[in-house]
Design a protein around this ligand. Structure first.
Ligand code: HEC
Ligand code: HEC
Length: 331
């Protein structure tokens, strides 16, 4: 009887498709692909995300600074806003931002919906007002039809606009990176050097802050734990929200998913390359100076965190109507 059970087990394990490699138990977990709860709302949000008419100039959309062809970032140290204004801080990627505890470097927005209202009315970004943005959308018949389909009403307001944008942003996750394949049991997904880089990353303690599915995004931590971080950027981090001195220079630990694509790095955008970012992190967070070889191994590991980028047909935006307020690019 025992032998028969054993044989049955062996047969079952060898049948194609029944053998499942065990997921590795690691402090970073694979990213789960999303199932879209409301496809129509998501499609509406996608249009709004790409629509520059939500800005005063009629030129700046969410995608201007969170370019989905460039890892959801603008690859600038700090962003360019309305009338070429210099932004105060580096634009984080929107990819996987739904996995974060809160939005912005200091966490001042609780979630994506709350966040999405910010840039539209920020004079240094899209420089519009919510009222004007809503008036533009409400003047475009095809948008109003979309709102009716999605929300059951032809009334456009900022709450619905930001809900739709957030629904789109929730789909911007990046599963299937080589690191995730390795986590799911595919040994061949990483090279020996990349695994050594990950071992160094864990062994140095980087993992204490960069963990979970986003390898970050879960906590506010000190920038410059063991050595002060020098910067000209006046941002003070989390203290701006809590007012507690202990939170001075605590920033949201950024996700390092797709970090290969989201240069330059840090809230001030001061590190142009991953080599520099690893050097700074090793020094200011751990008091470590890596050899060039070890630095390169960690960089090789970081590059395995690039997952499937958002892929879809570019949304076609409905044309303005005769009643649509016209843009003001130079005022
Ligand atoms: C002019 C450039 C610019 C535009 C336009 C812009 N953003 Fe941002 N975005 C930024 C910057 C800079 C930050 C970081 C600000 C901070 O943390 O204080 C940011 C932060 C975010 C974050 C938080 C990410 C994180 O990890 O904390 C999200 C999400 C986001 N923006 C989405 C949007 C959406 C949606 C739009 C369109 C409605 C938009 N952005 C328009 C520059 C821009
Ligand atoms: C104590 C928590 C902590 C530890 C430990 C830590 N980090 Fe960070 N990491 C952060 C924070 C916070 C930031 C953002 C700091 C800022 O921009 O001011 C960051 C930023 C980064 C960035 C830049 C990401 C971006 O998009 O700007 C990289 C890359 C990075 N860390 C890698 C590492 C590596 C490699 C190690 C180990 C050598 C490490 N981190 C250790 C908290 C930590």
């Amino acid at each position: 009887m025992k032998t028969r059970t054993a044989i049955l087990w062996i047969v079952a394990l060898c049948l194609p498709g029944t053998w499942v490699a065990a997921q590795r138990a690691e402090p970073i977990q694979p990213i789960t692909p999303v199932t879209v709860a409301d496809p129509q709302m998501m499609e509406l949000g996608k249009k709004l995300y790409f629509d520059p008419r939500l800005s005063k100039s009629g030129f700046i959309s969410c995608n201007s600074c969170h370019n989905l062809s460039m890892g959801g970032s603008d690859n600038l140290s700090t962003s360019i806003g309305h009338k070429w204004q210099q932004g105060p801080i580096n634009a984080p990627t929107v990819l996987n931002s739904s996995l974060s505890v809160a939005q912005f470097w200091d966490g001042r927005a609780a979630d994506l919906k709350e966040q999405a209202g910010g840039p539209i009315a920020n004079p240094g970004e899209m420089a519009f007002t919510h009222e004007l943005a809503v008036a533009v959308v409400a003047s475009i018949p095809q948008y109003v039809n979309d709102f009716e389909k999605v929300f059951g009403t032809r009334e456009v307001d900022i709450d619905k606009v930001t809900r739709a944008i957030a629904a789109f942003e929730e789909t911007l996750v990046t599963p299937n990176s080589r690191f995730d394949k390795w986590l799911l049991g595919d040994d061949a997904a990483l090279t020996a050097t990349e695994v050594e880089g990950y071992t160094l990353f864990k062994g140095s303690g980087c993992i204490a802050c960069h963990n979970g599915p986003a390898a970050g995004g879960k906590a506010f931590r000190k920038m410059g734990l063991v050595e002060p971080y020098r910067t000209d950027n006046p941002a003070q981090g989390r203290v701006a929200v809590t007012g507690r001195d202990a939170d001075r220079f605590n920033f949201k630990v950024p996700t390092i998913r797709n970090v290969e694509l989201t240069y330059p790095y840090f809230h001030d955008g001061a590190a142009d390359t991953l080599t520099q970012a690893v050097e700074v992190m090793g020094r200011v967070q751990h008091g470590r100076r890596y050899s060039d070889e070890d630095n390169a191994k960690i960089v090789a590991f970081l590059k395995t965190l690039t997952g499937d980028q958002p892929a879809f047909a570019l949304p076609q935006l409905p044309p303005s109507s005769d009643k649509t307020p016209r843009p003001n690019p130079f005022k």
